[in-house]
Design a protein around this ligand. Structure first.
Ligand code: SF4
Length: 421
């Protein structure tokens, strides 16, 4: 059957099949490549699969900082799990965009492409705290969401760059926030007390969660740029810190590019153990076009140097940046070839790696609530090369990525490779 599948060209795409692409990368793990391809194309659940989803035992999608590819909020599975433990965080996607199909056959969920079953998949188990409520009456699944072994806290779902009409062009945070508020009643900003109660409850599930991640939109207010954003995080991290007996606890903050004083405050006044600030794209011209808010208030080079300076405070291997990989090829100002985009990205990632900053990527999804809606992500070949290139840099510069790996986050194909090398 596999031989037959390699001959089947995708009916909807002018591009090589999955197997043809993978044949060009014999050392690359097949299941990580499959994760990338599913993230790139999204999924659609058959009626049979939807009927087999059991809300009592499966983790369904909870409020998220970004919206989904079909622009809808539906009670569908949060993610898929492959047989080697690789997770696939992916979006429900309209059929006309040629997603993978999730079906339910012979008692198991399966991923189907071009009519062929590619892999069996499992759904994540529903965390024990989902379905419980905080003392203020909020559903705990609206306050803290679960990744494989991590608790995600989206402290606020508003970004001030949008207020100035300078939101990142791939981002739909404000569009999605409005939709979540209207359809689910999710608050714009979390109360630290609700978060503390929820994390306390979640940690009662023995052995499941090993770290926490905090993120939100950028807050440009304060005496110094981002002071208010730092205030919010300090308040929240201190509330969470009351749960732990040690000063530091395994955690990641994905925030704006803070200055040294702000970073020192976060490090010294809270239990935070790692810091990430997303450059999103590793090229100054692309950054100026795609991230106009970040470009206006901080600038590419200063954002990059703030990451480097954060290494002095948080230590090597505890500072990272994230890319929305694929936007560097978006129309009309992106690179015109995948080769040039890859070379520029890896060159900048090496600059950062040399200085102790690790780079991870997520696969760009052209969401309908973003300015880049309707565009198409690059090829699977491109994403495979980028994943391998970023992991090779981590090996070369002896950088760890424990705080953002397959167990903690599960959303970065490149850091999935960290368990294999
Ligand atoms: S900084 Fe950019 S990506 Fe992040 S929330 Fe704001 S607009 Fe979206």
């Amino acid at each position: 059957m596999a031989a037959l599948v390699t001959l089947v060209k995708n009916r909807y795409r002018e591009e090589p099949s999955f197997d043809e692409t993978l044949a060009g990368h014999p050392g690359f793990p097949r299941l990580v490549a499959l994760k990338i391809d599913v993230q790139r194309r999204g999924v659609s659940y058959t009626d049979r699969a939807q009927a087999a989803v059991d809300p009592a035992i499966h983790q369904l999608r909870s409020p998220y900082i970004f919206g989904s590819r079909d622009g809808a909020i539906k009670p569908l599975p949060e993610s898929l799990l492959l047989r080697d433990g690789t997770t696939i965080l992916t979006d429900p996607t309209p059929l006309e965009q040629d997603p993978y199909i999730v079906d339910y056959l012979d008692g198991e969920f399966v991923l189907v492409d071009n009519g062929e079953v590619r892999e069996a998949v499992e759904l994540w188990s529903k965390p024990a705290y989902y379905g419980k409520f905080t003392s203020s009456g909020q559903p705990m699944s609206h306050i803290v969401s679960a990744r494989p072994q991590r608790l995600n806290v989206f402290q606020s779902s508003f970004c001030y760059f949008w207020a100035e009409d300078k939101g990142c062009k791939f981002c739909d945070i404000v569009t999605h926030t409005k939709q979540q508020r209207e359809e689910l009643g999710v608050p714009n900003r979390l109360r630290p007390e609700d978060v503390r109660e929820t994390v306390t409850e979640a940690l009662k599930e023995s052995g499941r969660f090993t770290s926490l991640c905090f993120t939100a939109g950028s807050v440009i207010k304060g005496d110094t740029l981002f002071d208010r954003e730092v205030d919010f995080y300090v308040e929240l991290l201190q509330a969470i810190g009351e749960i732990f007996r040690t000063k530091k606890f395994p955690s990641q903050l994905i925030g704006s590019a803070f200055n040294e004083k702000q970073l020192t405050r976060l490090y010294e006044e809270t239990g935070l153990s790692s810091y990430t600030s997303d450059l999103e794209v590793l090229d100054e011209e692309q950054f100026n076009w795609l991230c106009p808010g970040k470009a206006k208030w901080v600038g590419y080079k200063e954002w990059r140097e703030r990451l480097v300076r954060a290494v002095d405070i948080f230590g090597r291997g505890n500072v990272g940046t994230g890319l929305v990989s694929g936007i560097e090829l978006a129309r009309p100002h992106g690179f015109s070839s995948e080769k040039d985009a890859l070379s520029a990205t890896l060159s900048e990632a090496e600059y950062l790696a040399e200085r102790g900053v690790t780079t991870v990527y997520i696969v760009w999804v052209p969401r309908p609530g973003s300015a880049l809606r309707g565009q198409k992500a690059p090829s699977l070949d491109y994403f495979i090369r980028l994943a391998q290139g970023l992991q090779d840099l981590r090996v070369k510069y002896k950088l760890r990525v424990d705080f953002d790996d397959y167990r903690r986050c599960g959303n970065h194909p490149d850091s999935d490779l960290a368990r294999l090398q």
